[in-house]
Write a protein that binds this ligand. Structure first.
Ligand code: 5RP
Length: 233
């Protein structure tokens, strides 16, 4: 079972790189376990065909992947316009709206996606839904300023959500993001109007960013259990 999921992730990662990445591009490099396969493919193509790309990371994890893989690391101040951003997702609905942030990197992921001409998502078959919240049951990750987390939990309840403060590993305290913030995972059940909900959450003081990526993705690759590929455009 686990092996089939890894095969599916690899299939998606390779397809995204082979279809979208061309020599000389500036790329966004997302976070998570599926993106690792896309980065491995970039490294392979760099060695095989002399591909040269600049990679803008979305997290500490993706910075490490870029540097350890010998790829060229850049940042948004040097390269404010990204050609293609390749990232993972926790759930994708039928309109290509996403829930992201399962790995806690949603803020930098959204900034990089926002400044990219194309956002290409790599995922396995478990992420493909009709409606957000149908399969992803851990809630919407929302990055918040630490001093505001308690009032924000109350505000989330008023919006109809059940908020949980995300804890660090071994529950040693709150998880601290790469940007020094906390994450609230807020369960809103199935989300019929993700755009409206996103707007409401973003209005709350102390919210830095939400894991709802509305109308941002251009294409999604879902690797399948049998090694084939499904796509949503
Ligand atoms: C991290 C993310 C990841 O892209 C998302 O959680 C998917 O990860 P994986 O590919 O490991 O399933 O949004 O903040």
């Amino acid at each position: 079972m686990d092996n089939l999921i890894e095969i599916a992730k690899k299939k998606a990662g390779i397809a995204a790189v082979d279809e979208f990445v061309k020599d000389g591009m500036v790329l966004g490099i997302g976070s998570g376990s599926t993106v690792v396969y896309a980065v491995n493919r970039l490294i392979e193509r760099t060695k095989q065909e002399g591909l040269k790309v600049v990679c803008i990371p979305t997290s500490f994890q993706s910075t490490q992947l870029i540097v350890n893989g010998g790829l060229t690391l850049g940042d948004l101040s040097q390269f404010p316009k990204i050609d293609v951003d390749i990232d993972g997702a926790d759930e994708v609905d039928e309109n290509l709206n996403l829930i992201k942030g399962g790995g806690g990197c949603l803020l930098q992921e959204k900034i990089v996606a926002f400044n990219s001409e194309k956002l290409v998502i790599v995922a396995d078959y478990r992420k493909n839904s009709k409606i957000l919240g149908e399969k992803w049951k851990k809630g919407i990750p929302i990055e918040v300023i630490p001093l505001a987390y308690v009032p924000l939990m109350n505000q989330m309840e008023k919006l109809g959500g059940s908020p949980f403060l995300r804890l660090a590993e071994k529950k040693a305290g709150p998880l601290i993001t790469d940007n020094g913030n906390f994450i609230l995972d807020v369960d809103f059940g199935e989300i019929s109007d993700p755009k409206k909900l996103n707007q409401k959450i973003k209005m709350l003081s102390g919210v830095v960013e939400t894991g709802l990526f509305i109308g941002m993705a251009n294409k999604v690759y879902f690797g399948q259990q049998d090694g084939t590929l499904d796509q949503k455009i």
